[in-house]
Ligand binder design. Structure first.
Ligand SMILES: Cc1cc2nc3c(=O)[nH]c(=O)nc-3n(C[C@H](O)[C@H](O)[C@H](O)COP(=O)(O)OP(=O)(O)OC[C@H]3O[C@@H](n4cnc5c(N)ncnc54)[C@H](O)[C@@H]3O)c2cc1C
Length: 409
């Protein structure tokens, strides 16, 4: 019996498990170590924030998937790998032995370098913690719709932009203001402004969404400005501090703690909540375990998704850095790596040659704008339409359908 251990129930491992269920390998014991039972699907996360999808629609039930795959599941957090003894060290349970290991634990926004960020800001990942804070904010808003609310989002990549648009759409609706941002007040300059809800987006670069073409960047900037989202470009956040609790008076903001964001330029902003969606960072224990990593701590893998330093360790998704194919950290790549990862894990166990995989150099991103419209971005191409939202919705639902209980049978 060979032990194949998977750490993390990310997008690639969800596909690996589905494929193992369809094509099992005799003599192999599968184990998944996961810190959650329901794995979020990134493509639908912004839509969940906007209220278009409920929790079940955008989360993969890992227990049911493991049952289908004949995989034992340990709900725990891996904290180290002992590569000399082939053991995964977990937070609470005894070490787990492996012959072959695969890692798909994603990434989290980097907060360490900014004082106060790790303590006071809410990172977009891990998703479960982010959703707890988001749901608390929605309840606070429901209970005090009359109180002004100021939200700061730090990071102007795709994640930050989508969050800003989808949060605005949800909170404006929750406040009973009708059709989201359209219910705002039209100012003389033609911009829509929601008086009781302010969203501020801080970005260190001169332009939002640097990985996308000029037209996409320009259009998203226009949309955000037209909805009254306040953009602070070329502003590097240097500190997040907690303010004294204010008394709740009639003109007070929501009865929540308040924070102050300071930028290197001297700009300061007081707000009730800070969301952190900056550049992806890797878990420290990957590098500390002795696996070869790039300068940012992501695990270096070959074209076969195999660690360049340890042949019996594979990785996919955000945590993997393909040495020959550097790519942005996006769910679309994690999904595409699922099948080659499955094939190579099986090839390795069967002692057959591994199969190299080349990820696409350009990919189609469908960016939801929070109003059931989406913008398509690929290379130099841009297209905006409500039809794209329905297309995106169809693609995402089709992906999730693969993991529904009914399709396991
Ligand atoms: C706000 C936001 C919006 C985004 N929107 C999109 C989008 O629309 N489209 C897109 O393509 N990408 C999007 N992304 C990027 C996308 O989320 C990631 O690229 C994608 O989730 C990576 O998938 P993964 O399989 O590597 O890891 P993940 O999906 O992050 O899964 C990793 C899993 O491992 C678990 N885990 C982590 N550490 C441990 C541990 N130590 N032990 C056990 N389990 C562990 C986690 O709980 C999680 O379930 C977005 C990101 C953000 C922050």
């Amino acid at each position: 019996m060979k032990d194949l251990v998977l750490i993390g129930g990310g997008h690639s491992h969800a596909i690996v498990l589905k494929m193992f269920g369809t094509k099992p390998l005799p003599g192999v014991r599968l184990t998944l170590i996961t810190d959650v039972l329901y794995a979020p699907y990134s493509g639908m996360l912004p839509g969940h924030v906007a209220g278009f999808y409920d929790y079940g629609e955008c989360h993969i039930d890992l227990r049911s998937l493991c049952e289908f795959a004949g995989c034992q599941i340990f709900v725990d957090r891996a904290i180290a790998i002992d590569l000399s003894k082939n053991l995964v060290i977990c937070q609470t349970r005894p070490p787990v032995n492996f012959d072959l290991l695969s890692v798909d634990i994603g990434s989290t926004p980097a907060t360490l370098l900014v004082p106060g960020a790790a303590e006071y800001a809410i990172p977009a990942k891990p998703v479960p913690e982010f959703l707890i804070s988001w749901n608390q904010l929605i309840s606070a808003r429901q209970n005090h719709p009359e109180k002004p609310l100021r939200i700061a989002i730090v990071g102007g990549g795709a994640g930050g932009v989508e969050l800003a648009l989808n949060m605005q759409s949800r909170l404006a609706k929750k406040a009973g203001l009708g059709n989201g941002f359209n219910a705002g007040i039209l100012r003389e300059d033609g911009r829509v402004k929601e008086e009781k809800l302010e969203i501020h987006l801080f970005h260190s670069g001169a332009e939002l969404m640097s990985g996308h073409n000029k037209r996409v960047r320009r259009r998203l900037k226009e949309i955000m400005i037209s909805r009254g989202i306040q953009l602070h470009l070329m502003e590097k956040v240097s500190a997040v501090e907690k303010q004294e609790m204010r008394e709740i008076t009639s003109d007070a903001r929501c009865p929540m703690p308040s924070y102050q964001i300071s930028c290197e330029s001297g700009l300061k902003l007081e707000c009730e909540i800070v969301f952190w969606v900056t550049q992806a960072s890797a878990a420290n224990w990957i590098r500390e375990s002795g696996l070869a990593t790039d300068s940012n701590g992501f695990m270096q893998v070959s074209d076969c998704l195999q660690s360049v330093s340890h042949p019996n360790v594979f990785a996919a998704g955000d945590i993997a850095a393909m040495v020959n194919y550097p790519r942005p950290k996006a769910g679309v790549f994690a999904v595409r790596q699922g099948k080659p990862l499955f094939e190579n894990l099986q090839q390795f166990l069967l002692k057959k040659p591994l199969k190299p995989f080349a990820p696409q150099s350009q990919y189609l991103a469908l960016i939801g704008t929070g109003n059931k419209r989406a913008i398509a971005s690929r290379g130099n191409f841009m297209w905006e339409s409500p039809l794209l939202w329905y297309w995106k919705d169809w693609i995402d639902r089709k992906f999730m359908q693969k993991f529904s209980n009914s399709t396991h049978i």
